[in-house]
Design a protein around this ligand. Sequence first.
Ligand SMILES: [Mn+2]
Length: 268
Amino acid sequence: MDIGSTEIEQLAGMVRDAYQNKPNVIETPSKNIFFIGDLHGELDSILGVQKLFQKYTNHTFIFLGDYADRGPAQIATVNLVFAIALSEPQRVILLRGNHESDEVARHYGFYHEVTRKFSFDLYSKYMEVYRVLPMAVHSPSAIFACHGGIPERVTTIEDIQRRNRNDLNFPDDILFQMAWNDPKDADFRFAANSRGMRVRSFGSIAFEEFLTNLNVKLIFRAHEVFPEGIRTFFNGRLFSVFSASYHGVVSPKVIRLGGELNIESVPL
Ligand SMILES: [Mn+2]
């Protein structure tokens, strides 16, 4: 299933064209959705997702980012994500994770795999996709989802929509925090996070305020490795999902959101 440089360039160009004019936050339905967490270059995970995509033909598939880096088959994984997104664009949304950034991809593997097997020119075509991927999905009175979580200083969807996401990295603090922040089940608003100086942890006060301000009941995110694949926070109202095995550490999962905000944990 390996494809050549010319085909990959065409594939990336089509994804870029399909995504560059989308808003930062995309409105979605509130039922019949699959949420897919970090894939990190694991082909088995995306093949498992593809089977579900072919079986659940009335479901929307929302990918929460972190497609490459770290794993053994980064190029093949990203290409299959792109192909699925283009095959039925009306029911697939690709979001941007913290690894969809030039400076992160240069350190964690994707840059090396693409430049070793192909060229810097092809790597730059992938980066053209990274810089246009949207940040979040929202369904009023129901759900919100993004890769990392709740950022500081956001009280409306418009606060996110007006940011400029079209940079290879994340100079904007709000978009950066949406891609990087982590939940913590404790009674505070925001606190320092050991991931880095610009990264925050968000506690139950920030969580409650965000739910009220943005008029949602549940939040979905990815970004953190939990051995069980899915972990819940804040009394079962925030779901963290991881969809790669991470060298056998995780039993990879995806989340199915049915009707009435019913949640099902689905192993890959
Ligand atoms: Mn991440």
